[in-house]
Design a protein around this ligand. Structure first.
Ligand SMILES: Nc1nc2c(c(=O)[nH]1)N[C@H]1C(S)=C(S)[C@@H](COP(=O)(O)O)O[C@H]1N2
Ligand SMILES: [Mo]
Length: 441
C-alpha cells in the first residue's frame, strides 16, 4: 500500500479495521529488528505518516534510530493484542519473544505471550461460522463441528500448560542455525480452556489403526499461494489422548489473541509448540506418522544420534522431536542488576519439562561449583510450569552470575553448557544465567 493511501484511511483507523494489514504495513517497512532497532531509509516516508506530520530533516535522521514520537505512542503501534515490550525477531511472518524478566507472572499474560507465525494470520474471522473438520484414514466417518457445538456438546477443562517453541535458545548454537534467532523468550505458560481432544475424537469415532493426529490451520502461506500449506504438524495418538491435550478457545479466561490462534487452537503441553496448531480448522487422524508440511525432512527434527557441530545430517537420520527437555528461566531480577554487599538478593524463576513435573531447582553463584536448593512450587497439573525462588547471599563485592538448574521427575536435569548441536538449532536447554554486580555498602 502506498503511503498516500494510508493517509486517506488513517493508520489508527486502519489498525481498528484491519490490524493485520496495518501491522504488515508498519512492520514490513521497519525492517527485521524491533522498533528500537534499525529503520531502513525507505521507511521514513511511512514514519512521517505514522507520526501524523511531516518529518522535517528526515534525510538526516540516523539509521539505527527510531523516532522518539513513535516510541511513546505504544498503544497505536503494537502488534494487535500484544505488548510493545515483546522483542520482534521477524516481521514477515511475525515472530516475537518475551524478555526473561517479563515471564515472572504465575501465568503469562496474553499480551506478553510469544508469537511464532510461519505464515500470515487469517483475516475476517467470524467465530460464529468457524468449523472444525475431522478427516483422515483412521476416522470412522468424516465429521464437522462448529465452534458453538464444541463449546456446548463437550465438557470444558482448564489446564495450565507450557508452550515452548522447539527453536527457543537457537541463538546460542555454533555454528549458527538458520531460522528465528530466539534467545530465551519463545516460551510461556497460560491457563488454556477448551475441550479434551480425546473426548472429541471419541465422539468422531476412530479406528484401531490410528497412529497420529495432524492439524491444519486457516493461516496463509507467505508466498501468497492459496493452496500452499503453511504448517501441518501433529502428535502421536497417545499424546492426543492425554487428559491435558486440548482444543482451546480461551487463554487466561479471555479469547485467544489473534496472533495466538483466535478463535481455536490445539494445545499440547510438553511437546514442541509447533504441534499446537493455531487457527485450527481441520484435524486428520492418520494410520501412519503424519506427513504434513514441516513434519518431514529436517523441520522440528534432531539427529537420531548425537553429531559433531557442523555435521550435515541426512534426512533419514533425523528423528521427530517429542517431549521437550527440562528447562528453567530466572525471571527476577533482570540480568545486570546491582545490589549492595550484605543485602540478600531474592531470585525468582520458572521451571518446566515435557515429562510429568519438576522435582527440584537449585542455583549456583560460583559458576556451578556448588549448588543450593531453591524453594519450588508444586505443579498445578502436568506440563504446567512451576515457580521457584531463593534468597541469595554474596560473600564479597564483585561480578557474579546466578545460574539455575532444574531436575524433573525422570531425574533429567539441564546442561550448563550448550546441549547437543543439531542442524536446525532445536532444544537448547542450557542453564539460564544472569549477571549480578555486588557493590560496597
Ligand atoms: N496454524 C499454525 N499453527 C502454528 C504455527 C503456525 O505458523 N501456524 N506455528 C507453530 C509454532 S512453530 C509454534 S512455536 C507455536 C507458537 O504458538 P504461539 O504463537 O501462540 O506462541 O504455534 C504453532 N502452531
Ligand atoms: Mo516453533
Amino acid at each position: 500500500m502506498k503511503p498516500e493511501k494510508i493517509k486517506k484511511i488513517g493508520l489508527h483507523e486502519l489498525y481498528k479495521k484491519d490490524p493485520i494489514k496495518a501491522d504488515q504495513l508498519l512492520w514490513g517497512r521497519i525492517g527485521k529488528s524491533n522498533r528500537r532497532g534499525f529503520i531502513r531509509k525507505s521507511a521514513l516516508a511511512a514514519m512521517s505518516i505514522a507520526l501524523g506530520t511531516k518529518m522535517v530533516f528526515a534525510d538526516h535522521f540516523p539509521l539505527g534510530m527510531i523516532p522518539a514520537g513513535l516510541a511513546q505512542s505504544d498503544e497505536d503501534f503494537n502488534l494487535p493484542g500484544k505488548s510493545s515490550q515483546l522483542i520482534i525477531l521477524n516481521d514477515k511472518p511475525i515472530n516475537a519473544e518475551t524478555p526473561a524478566d517479563l515471564l515472572d507472572d504465575p501465568l503469562t499474560p496474553n499480551e506478553l505471550f510469544f508469537v511464532r507465525n510461519n505464515g500470515l494470520p487469517p483475516r475476517d474471522i467470524d467465530p460464529e461460522k468457524w468449523i472444525l473438520r475431522f478427516e483422515g484414514e483412521s476416522v470412522r466417518k468424516k465429521r464437522t463441528y462448529s465452534l458453538k457445538e464444541l463449546k456446548s456438546r463437550f465438557k470444558q477443562y482448564t489446564y495450565n500448560l507450557t508452550l515452548e517453541c522447539g527453536g527457543n535458545g537457537r541463538k546460542e548454537f555454533n555454528p549458527p542455525a538458520k531460522g528465528n534467532q530466539w534467545s530465551t523468550g519463545a516460551v510461556g505458560c497460560a491457563a488454556w480452556t477448551g475441550v479434551r481432544l480425546k473426548d472429541v475424537l471419541q465422539d468422531v469415532g476412530i479406528k484401531n489403526n490410528a497412529v497420529y493426529v495432524g492439524y491444519y490451520g486457516a493461516d496463509t502461506h507467505i508466498s501468497g499461494k492459496a493452496d500452499k500449506v503453511v504448517i501441518s504438524r501433529g502428535v502421536p495418538i497417545a499424546k492426543a489422548m492425554e487428559e491435558e491435550s486440548l482444543i482451546a478457545w480461551s487463554m487466561n479466561g479471555k479469547d485467544l489473541p489473534l496472533l495466538n490462534g483466535y478463535p481455536l487452537r490445539l494445545v499440547f503441553g510438553g511437546y514442541p509448540a509447533s504441534c499446537s496448531g493455531k487457527w485450527l480448522n481441520k484435524i486428520v487422524v492418520r494410520n501412519r506418522v503424519h506427513d504434513g508440511a514441516k513434519m518431514l525432512g529436517q523441520s522440528y527434527r534432531i539427529p537420531c544420534k548425537p553429531v559433531a557441530p557442523g555435521t550435515k545430517v541426512e534426512d533419514q537420520d533425523m528423528c521427530i522431536i517429542e517431549e521437550m527437555p527440562t528447562k528453567s528461566l530466572i525471571t527476577f531480577p533482570k540480568t545486570g542488576a546491582t545490589i549492595k554487599l550484605g543485602q540478600q538478593l531474592p531470585i525468582k524463576g520458572k521451571a518446566w519439562t515435557g515429562t510429568e513435573q519438576i522435582t527440584s531447582v537449585s542455583y549456583s553463584i560460583d559458576f556451578g561449583m556448588t549448588w543450593f536448593p531453591c524453594e519450588l512450587e508444586e505443579a498445578k497439573n502436568r506440563y504446567a510450569w512451576q515457580s521457584f525462588g531463593a534468597k541469595v547471599q554474596f560473600p564479597e563485592e564483585g561480578y557474579y552470575e546466578v545460574w539455575a538448574k532444574a531436575t524433573d521427575s525422570n531425574g533429567k536435569d539441564q546442561p550448563m553448557l550448550l546441549p547437543g548441536w543439531n542442524p536446525r538449532g532445536y532444544l537448547n536447554n542450557a542453564c539460564h544465567r544472569i549477571a549480578i554486580k555486588v557493590q560496597k555498602r
